[in-house]
Write a protein that binds this ligand. Sequence first.
Ligand code: MG
Length: 239
Amino acid sequence: MSRPLDAIFFDIDDTLFSTSVFADKARRAAVDAMVTIGLRATRDECVKELTEVVQEFSSNYGMHFDKLIERLPPESSAGLNREILVAAGIVAYHETKWRELKVYDDCYEVLRWLGSRVPIRGIISAGIGIKQAEKVVRLRVHEFLSPQAIFFTEQIGINKPNPKLYRRVLRDLGLSAERTMYVGDNPINDIDPANEIGMITVHNRRSGRHAHGVGATEPDYSIGDFYDLRDLLQREFGL
Ligand SMILES: [Mg+2]
């Protein structure tokens, strides 16, 4: 007997695209550009410092490259205009972002397939609203989503992993937890709270830091890509 499904929500980072691989590429490109323009340091040294800056100040901090320069020995940037160095990093970072930000190949195919089968298709994503929205637009997934079902934590004022976030989404759309699915990569932020309120949970183990992480609870299903998701929807939900 197949179970009913009224809605499916997705996380963005490391669920729709490989945030980890992408950020790594963009940061390398930024560092290379700064070295090319005159910064006296090795790529490895810069990448290591930059990675620490992101960890210590968060990925949404606005002055990663300034901090990188401050942390390198003063002779690395002596005689150079600091703003020019920072701008070189920013430009290379953004050019990589324009070029490389793409969903996994199987995403479009499965999102399109979902379009005629699941009434509500949405996003529940943590982070700064405009930055997450930019990803939705750049990844070109907006056309597959229900416009009223896109939720960013900053807009709602409740962050992951608070289960109230997920409860609020269900309430806003009049959905019941046991007929609503959430797909995410992070066992603690995505799977545990959605389990707590009784949603159907799917752990996406394809990429990222959390692919092999363990939360307090088990997901209902695990997938390696979106074809696995389609298989399980056909098998368990009769789609
Ligand atoms: Mg994620």
